[in-house]
Ligand binder design. Structure first.
Ligand SMILES: *Cc1c(COP(=O)(O)O)cnc(C)c1O
Length: 374
């Protein structure tokens, strides 16, 4: 089965990891710091804090933003559930704003209709690798003093008006799961423009330990001392994983190019095929395209999915609207509240796209799709 996404690993990646296994630091060492500084540079020069997953990064970002019960987080239903559920777990009420009909990105006008004084964070998702409209989102959140969060699990390496993902929102989270644009196995990161937010994210993922003597509230102890002011968790990424991350970052330009080539090959092969609608891209963005989401028209998505799976093509569907999950339905969320997201979900089919996918394999996917549509 051709998967819809998968990692690309070279001998350099393997050597980077084995070198760590032979060294002194498996975790909390200098390679973690080096990886964080490389991610921070790529993300516009802000501080990055690594994490054990993209979901962990979201949990850290919301905790750093001080999200607690009584707060509202506005997000998109067209995402993996963690974008919303990590805020729900901290007690926030999550409100879903509908997406734009064509891009499936959170619609700033829909957000504008929902923000109020309780809104602490507006969490956008760069679905398929396409940055959301951060200029318009910032204009909306400025009115109520809310932060903008970019769940950039799909979009590391993409740009918006020439600015890199990581520099577009107040807080950005990445995932380095194997299907994403680059991998550390499991892994993630938080990038924050405000150094205090970044430090809060760091402490939250490090058990809440405070190590800066200037901030100590206990002054009687020796040089061994560290203390906790707020509870935290252990979401530390290892040096092993960080070494893989540094090696993968060196190949991000290659990953961008190859994902763009595959996009072009699909765009050309499918442009005149009846019964499919191709993904759109705004003029002000450049993508490291994570997903190639086509829309299968005429109510035929399930049939086309099953036929292509039968052909050994690992097509996927991204995503069922988040509030359809029973955990949200049980809490009273009703179907029908975001019609654009539901219409998109009804038709969406993700075709395989990843750097090691060959042109011949792309052509096989195209043939399978065209035959499934006959
Ligand atoms: C993958 C993903 C996550 C979660 O990342 P993990 O590393 O799998 O925990 C969050 N949001 C989106 C949009 C994702 O695609």
């Amino acid at each position: 089965m051709l998967p819809y996404g998968r990692q690309s690993i070279t001998d350099d990646d393997i050597e980077a990891v084995t070198a760590i296994l032979r060294g002194d630091w498996l975790t909390t060492g200098p390679t973690v710091a080096a990886f964080e500084s490389r991610i921070g540079e790529l993300a516009g020069g802000h501080r990055a804090v690594s994490a054990t997953s993209g979901s962990a990064a979201l949990h850290m970002a919301y905790a750093a933003a001080g999200i607690a019960s009584g707060d509202t987080v506005i997000s998109t239903p067209m995402t993996f559930i963690a974008t919303a559920s990590m805020a729900s777990m901290l007690g926030a009420s999550v409100i879903f704003a509908d997406v734009e009909e064509d891009t499936a990105l959170i619609d700033p006008a829909a957000v504008d209709a929902l923000v109020d004084d309780k809104t602490k964070v507006v969490a956008a998702v760069d679905y398929a690798g396409h940055p959301a409209d951060y200029d318009r989102l910032a204009a909306v959140t400025a009115k109520v003093g809310a932060l903008v969060l970019d769940d950039a699990a799909h979009s590391i390496g993409s740009t918006y008006n020439g600015r890199p993902v990581g520099d577009l929102a107040d807080i950005t989270t990445f995932s380095f799961f194997p299907t994403k644009n680059m991998t550390t196995g499991e892994g993630g990161a938080v990038v924050a423009k405000d150094p205090l937010l970044a430090q809060r994210a760091h402490e939250f993922h490090f058990i809440g330990l405070v190590r800066d003597p200037d901030r100590f509230r206990i002054s009687t102890e020796g040089a061994w001392h560290q203390e906790v002011h707020e509870f935290g968790v252990n979401y530390r990424l290892t040096d092993i994983a960080s070494a893989l991350g540094i090696a993968q970052l060196r190949r991000l330009d290659h990953f961008r190019r190859r994902r763009q080539e595959i996009t072009r090959r699909y765009d050309i092969a499918l442009q005149d095929v009846d019964g499919v609608r191709l993904p759109v891209q705004r003029a002000n963005v450049e993508l490291v395209r994570h997903l190639y989401p086509v829309r299968i028209l005429d109510g035929r998505r399930r049939e086309v999915f099953e036929r292509m799976r039968g052909d050994g093509i690992g097509v996927q569907v991204n995503y069922m609207p988040v509030y359809w999950h029973p955990v949200y339905a049980d809490a009273g969320y009703r179907r029908g509240m975001c019609p654009n997201a539901e219409a998109f979900y009804a038709e969406e089919l993700s075709l395989p796209i990843y750097p090691d996918l060959t042109d011949d394999q792309v052509d096989r996917v195209v043939d399978s799709l065209i035959r499934a549509l006959r």
